[in-house]
Design a protein around this ligand. Structure first.
Ligand code: IPE
Ligand code: IPE
Ligand code: MG
Length: 299
């Protein structure tokens, strides 16, 4: 039986899901699944039992997301800080992760056929250290092209680059902080903090979070659009300044000949794209190396 897909929504849940789906839906939802130990304490069960129920809750939540048409989910399962917990707890969590996530991975192929993408993130710094080094080298090599350095380039450097930013981020257990999770990627996401402890998370909690997203939808869209517009404007301004300088070097007046200006602008954009592609390819190789080394060390 499938870990994620077993069990169906009740009639009333299906009915409400259909009402919610009539509004704008988040395409990508991120969860900080917090509160397992408090749940265990509250229910007088072992701490490990709290974590185990937390993992099972993830399976159930993914099923709800699937039913709601949410195709992309990112979860925060373990942070670097969590290594500071007792060895017994860390080992217990790692065992659970191995068991439950290997089941998830087994199902990944069939889920992919439904257009579902699951991303499990631990807590990596924004950029692993040697990738930071590579960027520094690249910046040095391209110091004549500082027009290339932009927020959109930074987006492309992150390990989440092949996925759109989350539309909605949910943290349970009443804690109102991000604990280093997707800091850059959630700057224009709807952040919802709920007091429920993660193992007690319900379909109705998820609906409430989506309703909050829907209530804020137009403000979120507006903020995101004007941010993207500002990015484009800044890049255009930098390119225009570069072209003006070039025209002056060629002996034209600062506004130059308009056809020549257009040609230079197109050339400048094309060359930047080429440099960026080269840089991103080098970065990707470095990233693959980094993760391969990480797997060899932890194997
Ligand atoms: C979240 O629950 C799960 C992990 C961090 C692995 P916690 O273990 O942080 O539980 P609380 O927040 O202490 O209740
Ligand atoms: C954050 O949980 C990470 C996960 C939920 C996996 P913590 O409960 O460890 O976070 P802090 O340290 O209290 O912020
Ligand atoms: Mg916690």
């Amino acid at each position: 039986m499938s870990w994620i897909r077993e069990g169906e929504l009740t009639i009333i849940e299906r009915f409400c899901a259909n009402i919610i789906k009539a509004g704008p839906m988040p395409k990508h939802v991120a969860f900080i699944m917090d509160g397992n130990r408090r749940y265990a304490q509250k229910c007088h069960v072992e701490r490990q039992q709290g974590h185990s129920q937390g993992f099972d809750k993830l399976a159930q939540t993914l099923r709800w997301c699937l039913n709601l048409g949410i195709r992309e989910v990112t979860v925060y399962a373990f942070s670097i800080e969590n290594f500071k917990r007792s060895k017994e707890e860390v080992d217990g969590l790692m065992d659970l992760a191995r068991q439950k996530f290997s089941r998830l991975l087994e199902e990944q192929e069939s889920l992919r056929k439904h257009g579902v993408c699951i991303r499990v993130l631990g807590d990596l710094p924004l950029l692993p250290l040697d990738i930071q080094e590579l960027i520094a080298q690249a910046m040095l090599a391209t110091r004549n092209y500082n027009n290339d350095v932009s927020e959109s380039l930074l987006d492309k450097c992150l390990y989440t680059n092949n996925s759109p930013d989350p539309d909605l981020l949910i943290r349970t257990s009443g804690e109102v902080r991000l604990s280093d999770f997707l800091l850059w990627q959630t700057s224009h996401s709807c952040l919802v903090f709920q007091s429920v402890l993660w193992p007690e998370y319900s379909f109705w909690n998820l609906c409430e979070a989506i309703l909050r997203f829907q209530m804020n939808y137009s403000a979120l869209q507006k903020a995101r659009d004007s941010y993207m517009e500002e990015r484009r404007r800044q890049q255009m301004e930098k390119d225009q300044a570069y072209v003006t300088k070039k025209l002056q070097q060629e002996g034209f007046a600062s506004h130059g000949d308009s056809r020549r200006r257009r040609t230079l602008l197109q050339k400048c954009t094309a060359m930047r794209e080429e440099r960026i592609q080269g840089f991103l390819q080098a970065l990707e190789h470095k990233r693959v190396d980094f993760f391969e080394r990480l797997c060899t060390v932890s194997a």
